[in-house]
Design a protein around this ligand. Structure first.
Ligand SMILES: [Zn+2]
Length: 249
């Protein structure tokens, strides 16, 4: 700590490690050396997501706008969105329905494929004396831009970015994530039982460096029961689980 001569070495080490990371994560240079005109493609065709190799370590929570791995609508249980990986601006699932279809309050939208297990979870919680009420569901890119701007204005850029995702980076845009109201016992019940119905807490306590966001006991994402059980028994942060089991495999 005291030897000034150590600084250049440390800087070098960081530079080398950053360099290695860049090499590891950079997408293959897509025919950049080819001088011939690119074949005509739709202007809005999504850029290919970077390719990752088995065993690649979980990336740090960097700020970027790389295309999210597994971002087709049918890949909803595998889509990885975080501070680095983003959904396209136009991403809006075609099968959004009101949460009232699940026997809880309406006013919010989720994908239809969430409804059956949400209904089962609401019923099971009610049987235990806990009311599950929705506070937020699907959010468009534009809506998320407003939410993000609100929290940055309220908390400043650093804390705001830990509380709300930048537009394109929110799980709410997937249509499979919800915020649940803080009714008596709801968050404790969700943490203990939500996974049995396919719902997992995305940003657990004390895991900000892995989840990229502050602890949010209210924010759950639907993965389906099989995947949620796997995450629960692995005691894994969903982002790390997706990385290890779906993306870097
Ligand atoms: Zn949320």
């Amino acid at each position: 700590m005291r030897a000034p001569s150590g600084r250049p070495l440390r800087t070098l080490a960081i530079a080398v490690s950053l360099g290695a990371a860049v090499v590891a994560w950079a997408p293959a240079p897509a025919a950049a050396a080819d001088p011939s005109p690119a074949p005509s493609a739709p202007a809005l065709a999504p850029a290919p997501a970077p390719a990752f190799a088995a065993g690649d370590p979980l990336p740090a929570c960097t700020t970027a706008d790389d295309p999210a791995p597994f971002r087709r609508y049918g890949e909803w249980a595998s889509t990885l969105v975080d501070t680095r990986f983003a959904l396209p601006r136009a991403y809006a699932p075609p099968d959004l329905v009101s949460t009232s279809n699940a026997g809880t309050n309406g006013g919010y939208l989720v994908r239809r494929l969430v409804i059956a297990d949400l209904r089962a979870m609401v019923r099971a919680a009610a049987a235990a004396g806990v009311r599950i009420r929705v506070d937020s569901g699907y959010r468009s890119y534009a809506r998320q831009a407003a939410v993000y701007a609100y929290y940055v204005d309220l908390l400043g850029p650093v804390k705001g970015a830990l509380r709300a995702a930048r537009p394109g980076h929110s799980e709410h845009q997937l249509g499979t994530a919800m915020d649940i109201r803080n009714t008596a016992g709801a968050y404790t019940w969700l943490a203990r039982h939500g996974w049995k119905y396919g719902f997992v807490i995305s940003f657990p306590k004390g895991m900000t460096s892995i989840s990229c966001y502050q602890y949010e006991p209210w924010h759950i994402r639907y993965y389906g029961r099989t995947r949620a059980i796997g995450m629960h028994w692995a005691a894994a942060v969903p982002r790390a689980w997706l990385w290890a089991h779906v993306v870097a495999v």
